[in-house]
Design a binder for this molecule. Structure first.
Ligand code: GLC
Length: 589
């Protein structure tokens, strides 16, 4: 096992072999120690009109926001009968504001209620706190990916402790001895989730201790390893430093070691020919079989983002020169690969449609031997004239043309997509609003797998039936990523419009985990209520729209060195007649 240092709250202990009670337990006495619409069209104009109005009390923008459409209708005749038109407007605005403020207040109360404590300190938020459900499965755990919007909401509110604790405690779980059927996964893996358990203290019946019990996938449904956890951890660590100004956490030796362990795991050589990360199905937000094994876009976007964030935080030292070189080379190769081969729009689609196949040469145009027949009829209809997107996955002879929201949004946020591509993705979101946003933002992917495809790809998964859950269900948590992407591209009104739509029903529906049907009209079949990341995602979207500059803690801009290296690669691209010689060229940024 790698020798490394650990410690939380300043205490450091070196260890080569780590035991549960030694590392992640604290002794204590018994467990108890511890909508409607402002403008009916919902066009987001309130955001633009109110961009500068701030509420002096809580620092949050005073936005005449949305109220339930039904509420407005009920209110209207009453008001019209008794008061003038101008007064009706004012009364309605006040009503709207009160209603929206109360949604936000409720969201904050629920978010605080979801906080999980370890030895008296907050360390995360539970995935869902649904009082009506008896079948909690693992929704009573703190999920790494689910905590990200919670953590960002707390950071934006100036509450840094919970995020600091989360970062340091999950870091300690990274080196847990993890095995499944005698096999141990690579060092550096972060758990998907963890739970605080209260267990009897050895040798003392009257006392208990709290332990952190992580799940690396060895108990998870389908036994999937969470590749995204470590990437999100790095992204949150940078956001913590940027927002709080406290760089001491990222400078700690154990934290630096943790970053490097994640990087080494991701950058390790394998059999792969591509710079993208090769992962199994279900290794990210979509954590069950949905045919995304291989090189799914979501993982690539998070990988790219985490590489950039890590580069910013790694302390220069002799021992890590090789790692930094590998990281830089990977950044260039990864952005080139995704921008060139994952991108589709009308022009590219037409190119694929006319592809020749079976080209054996260094300068093949159809490098991955894609058969044009793969272009499904839905895509021919769906692709707008203006706009485009990054496809879900690329493998030999296979392009997964489904649109995956998180991967596309995070490609904008991380600058994995070019500026033009980023605008085009948002153009597509606007053009396909009725499919992607409809009655509740945002579809996790589009379109759904149906019929035999659903049977084969999902394994006839009854939770992933067409237009439900991961199979093109709608997930309100994605609002925050949409908001960051829109702010980065200076098009916040798109996100504002989506927030207005969510506000019409999200609180009334009790903050569901996801919605079903093509137009997101139903609360999801098996959706948890009071899902924390639905609540936190909404709050982050609101906080960022009221102070767009705060989004910079999540955004990474492309740096000029990368752009230069990238343009070298473009000019050396075989599609532009690269000879064999230039393929040996290396780009060390
Ligand atoms: C579901 C989601 C996953 C999430 C978990 C907890 O399994 O697919 O992304 O982390 O629920 O909310």
């Amino acid at each position: 096992m790698t020798h490394r240092l650990h410690g939380v709250g300043g205490g450091l202990y070196g260890n080569t072999s780590i035991h549960r009670s030694q590392l992640q337990s604290c002794k204590c006495q018994r467990a108890d120690s511890v909508s409607g619409i402002a403008s009916e069209a919902g066009n987001g104009t309130w955001f633009v009109d109110n961009a500068k109005k701030r509420n002096p009390i809580n620092g949050v923008m005073d936005t005449p926001n949305v109220l339930e459409f039904q509420d407005v209708q009920e209110l209207k005749p009453e008001m019209e009968g008794s008061i003038s038109n101008g007064a009706v407007e004012t009364a309605r605005d006040t009503f709207v504001k009160v209603r929206v403020d109360s949604i936000e207040d409720e969201a904050w109360d629920l978010l605080r209620e979801s906080m999980v404590y370890y030895c008296g300190s907050p360390i995360g938020t539970i995935a869902a706190k649904d009082p009506t459900s008896s079948n909690v499965l693992n929704y009573d755990q703190v999920f790494i990916r689910d905590f990200i919007p919670s953590g960002i909401a707390f950071l934006l509110k100036g509450e840094y402790d919970i995020v600091r604790n989360f970062i340091l405690h999950t870091l300690q779980l990274q080196s847990w001895e993890k095995t499944m059927d005698c096999h141990s996964p690579g060092q550096g893996l972060m758990p998907a989730s963890f739970k605080v358990r209260t267990v009897p203290l050895d040798g003392d019946d009257s006392a208990t201790e709290e332990v952190l019990d992580p799940d690396f996938g060895e108990a998870a449904i389908g036994r999937v390893a969470p590749v995204d956890s470590g990437l999100w951890w790095i992204i949150l660590l940078r956001a913590y430093g940027k927002c709080s100004g406290d760089l001491s956490v990222q400078e700690r030796i154990d934290v630096q070691t943790g970053i490097k362990m994640i990087l080494r795991l991701c950058l390790a050589d394998g059999f792969d020919m591509f710079p993208t990360l090769l992962v199994t199905d279900g290794s990210c937000m979509i954590d069950r079989r949905m045919g995304i094994h291989g090189h799914p876009l979501e993982i690539q976007a998070l990988f790219y983002s985490a590489l950039l964030c890590a580069r910013e935080m790694l302390a220069p030292e002799d021992g890590s020169a090789d790692l930094i070189r590998a990281l830089n080379n990977r950044l260039v190769a990864l952005s080139f690969h995704i921008r060139e081969y994952y991108w589709i729009d009308m022009k590219k689609l037409n190119e694929i449609y006319r592809y020749k196949t079976e080209e054996y040469s260094y300068d093949a145009v159809n490098k991955f031997n894609i058969y044009p027949d793969q272009i499904s009829p839905w895509l021919v209809e769906w692709m707008p004239n203006k706009g485009g997107y990054l496809i879900g996955n690329l493998q030999p002879a296979h392009m997964d043309f489904r649109f995956f929201s998180l991967g596309n949004l995070w490609s904008i946020i991380s600058s994995l997509a070019t500026m033009d591509q980023s605008h085009a993705i948002l153009d597509l979101v606007e053009a396909k609003w009725g499919d992607l946003v409809a009655d509740m933002p945002l579809k996790i992917c589009y379109p759904a797998l149906e019929g035999q495809e659903w049977q084969i790809i999902t394994g006839s998964d009854p939770k992933n039936t067409p237009w439900s859950y991961h199979n093109a269900g709608s997930w309100p948590t994605l609002l925050w990523q949409l908001t960051v992407a829109c702010i980065k591209m200076d098009r916040p009104q798109i996100a504002a419009k989506a927030v207005e739509i969510a506000e019409r029903r999200i609180a009334r529906d009790k903050w569901p985990e996801y919605y079903d049907t093509k137009k997101a009209r139903f609360i999801g079949k098996q959706a948890c209520l009071f899902q924390t990341w639905s609540i936190a995602g909404y709050l982050v979207a609101k906080l960022l729209l009221s102070d767009p500059t705060a989004a910079k803690i999540l955004i990474t801009e492309e740096d000029s060195e990368l752009v230069n290296a990238f343009s070298c690669m473009i000019s050396a691209n075989p599609r532009r007649k690269r000879g064999r010689k230039s393929s040996t060229q290396t780009f060390i940024v």
